[in-house]
Write a protein that binds this ligand. Structure first.
Ligand code: ADP
Length: 163
């Protein structure tokens, strides 16, 4: 049987414990997970594509079944190129649903053989988003336990250089 490979795409600006929770769950179902860090033209990011990709790579370096790539272009084309047929997305709350539903239907119309699989985090990670982490960190609030230590250090370096 060929290995079951899933692609988990996102901006990861930066990666949080919520993303890591989804990746761990995905590894229970798939042989390999490719974390695909998107260029993302529609969102203004705090970290560059290279910084975001390097952080994800660093945080997941102990996990041999995870590969980290950056990608641009159409997600479904990338998924096919990688020999995968499943896209993983995370769901936090009902508020995520409408956008995710639209995206999944668009991807399914572009590439009917590719499935989108939604996963939920544990309740304790479900309130986490990269956006809220950046806001709290910028205001010097603590993000301990919400992001890996490498991400906390990178946020401090961005927002509080020299402090
Ligand atoms: P995008 O810009 O593609 O939404 P994100 O990095 O914000 O990229 O999120 C990637 C995926 O991870 C999305 O499906 C998002 O809903 C999911 N996600 C992010 N944070 C969490 C979390 N705390 N719990 C569950 N899913 C999450």
């Amino acid at each position: 049987m060929p290995p079951k490979i899933a692609v988990y795409p996102g901006s990861f600006d930066p990666i949080t414990n919520g993303h890591l929770d989804i990746i761990e769950r995905s590894l229970q179902v798939f042989d390999r997970v490719i974390v695909a860090v998107a260029t993302n033209s529609s969102k203004k990011s705090l970290f560059t594509l290279k910084e975001r990709t390097d952080l994800v790579t660093e945080v997941l370096k102990h996990e041999p079944r995870v590969t980290v790539h950056s990608f641009e272009g159409l997600l479904v084309d990338y998924v096919v190129e990688q020999g995968a047929d499943v896209i993983i997305r995370g769901l936090r709350a009902v508020s995520d649903f409408e956008f995710e539903f639209q995206l999944a239907l668009m991807n399914s119309s572009l590439a009917p053989k590719i499935q989108t699989l939604f996963m939920m985090t544990s309740a304790s990670n479900s309130f986490l988003s990269s956006t809220i982490i950046k806001e709290v960190s910028a205001l010097k609030g603590t993000v301990d336990g919400m992001v890996p230590p490498q991400v906390k250090a990178a946020l401090d370096a961005k927002f509080h250089k020299g402090n």
